[in-house]
Design a protein around this ligand. Structure first.
Ligand code: ATP
Ligand code: SF4
Ligand code: MG
Length: 396
């Protein structure tokens, strides 16, 4: 399977498992999110560039125009006895309000570590070794654990592969929803229950007035994931990190769940980082897509452009694995070789051992992320004299 990217059809991908980070751990206590009242954060803003209270939150731009999520040169390392392994190597991207950023790449590319770092769940021996994560212009990567716990759930919602990791089996779904709503709002119990029923209705749970008193095991996998989506939306977060939210579900319900996430987030203006192995889902759902390889971003740009005419040789291999509507079998190409282990990332371009277009420079010099039109691409092909007619510029 290594190096092979495939999906049977748009919005009907089988996907495959393999989530290897601790993201799911946090889902175990969704009903226990603690948070200040909504609006408290904004009330503390003073002048642009000024410190806000508490002082570890630094305002970094105009909140009206700043991206909702901004990741800057984020670097994550795992320190082992033998070596320091770099799982993320200076990755940068923004997600605008209401935008869905798809994140793709083979197993081990660093997709889940990116999500974990954003929500502050990189535990030792892992560490954020550099860079910043900004939420609506405020740094959150350097928050103390208690403050970060308040950000999770309230300002960043999470949807993981297995809905059961996000729901406490001992509590009725209504109890979990109501507790979360009351944690994040000043609603009394009766209003919170009404809100929970409305949310269950919104995510497509039939007879929500009755099902609200059911336990998680009384719901099917698809219905449980709908409950998790309701839970993630309870506090009206600014951004949702969805890490392979449909991989554990039957193929028949995957498309419904993805469509639901997309619809609800568009309606609310919630930004989404959607991690998936399913290129069909990306093509149907995302506004932009980031292709990751060996802890770096290989290409990022508008989904139509990247899917239709990928620039990076690795992205070309991934997109070549999507069956066309005409069933063009020749398009189904396989990328030779496999993703390098973190301990054996080659010098220069990490993709060079698998790249048919590699040349001398690729073996010694790491390619920078260059702006090519609306896209950014990390490949020397776009930085060679005359290669793009001088269009490529180093990305900010
Ligand atoms: N706790 C950890 N300790 C050491 N290495 C880790 C740890 N968590 C992740 N890694 C490594 O970081 C790299 C990126 O892992 P990550 O889970 O982000 O990959 P992924 O792109 O999400 O893959 P998948 O598609 O399989 O979920 C991998 O090489 C993985 O082995
Ligand atoms: S930098 Fe070189 S090795 Fe890397 S993708 Fe581009 S051509 Fe291939
Ligand atoms: Mg993963």
């Amino acid at each position: 399977m290594a190096g092979r990217y495939r999906t049977p059809s748009p919005l009907a991908g089988e996907g495959w498992g393999g989530g290897s980070t601790g993201l799911a751990r946090l889902g175990a206590k969704p009903a226990l999110h603690l948070s200040p009242a909504r609006g408290e954060r904004g009330a503390k803003l003073t002048l642009p560039g000024a410190w806000i209270e508490p002082p570890y939150l630094r305002f970094c731009g105009d909140p009206m125009t700043a991206p909702v999520l901004s990741v800057r040169d984020l670097t994550v390392e795992f320190v082992t006895r033998r070596a320091t392994l770099r799982a993320l190597d200076k990755i940068s991207f923004d997600i605008a309000r209401g935008e869905v950023l798809g994140v793709v790449g083979e197993s081990g590319a660093g997709k889940s570590v990116t999500g974990s770092a954003i929500i502050g769940l990189i535990d030792p021996p892992g560490r954020i070794a550099g860079g910043q994560v900004l939420l609506s212009g405020e740094r959150v990567d350097n928050l103390p654990p208690d403050a970060m716990r308040k950000v999770r759930g309230k300002r960043i919602g999470m949807i993981f592969q297995d809905p059961l990791t996000s729901l406490n089996p001992l509590y009725r779904v209504g109890e979990q929803l109501i507790e979360t709503i009351q944690t994040h709002t000043s609603m009394n119990a009766a209003d919170a229950r009404k809100r929970a029923i409305a949310l269950l209705d919104e995510v497509g749970i039939p007879a929500p007035e009755r099902r609200i008193d059911g336990y998680p095991h009384e719901f099917s996998g698809g219905m449980r994931q709908r409950v998790v989506i309701a839970l993630a939306l309870c506090a009206e977060p600014e951004v949702i990190i969805a890490d392979e939210p449909t991989t554990a579900l039957d193929v028949s319900v995957q498309a419904q769940i993805i469509a639901l996430i997309k619809r609800l987030c568009k309606e609310r203006g919630t930004s989404v980082m959607l991690v998936t192995h399913d290129m069909g889902v990306i093509a149907e759902t995302a506004d932009r897509v980031a292709v990751m390889y060996a802890g770096r971003i290989a290409e990022i740009g508008p989904v139509r452009e990247v899917v239709k005419e990928p620039l990076h040789p690795y992205a070309r291999g991934l997109m070549g694995a999507i069956p066309s509507l005409e069933g063009d079998a020749e398009r189904l190409v396989q990328i030779p070789g496999s993703m390098p282990r973190l301990s054996a990332i080659p010098p220069g371009c990490a993709f060079n051992p698998r790249c048919a277009q590699a040349f001398a420079r690729c073996h010694v010099e790491r390619p920078e992320l260059l702006s090519v039109g609306d896209r950014k691409v990390a490949c020397h092909l776009y930085d060679e004299p005359g290669s793009m007619g001088g269009k490529a510029e180093i990305a900010a």
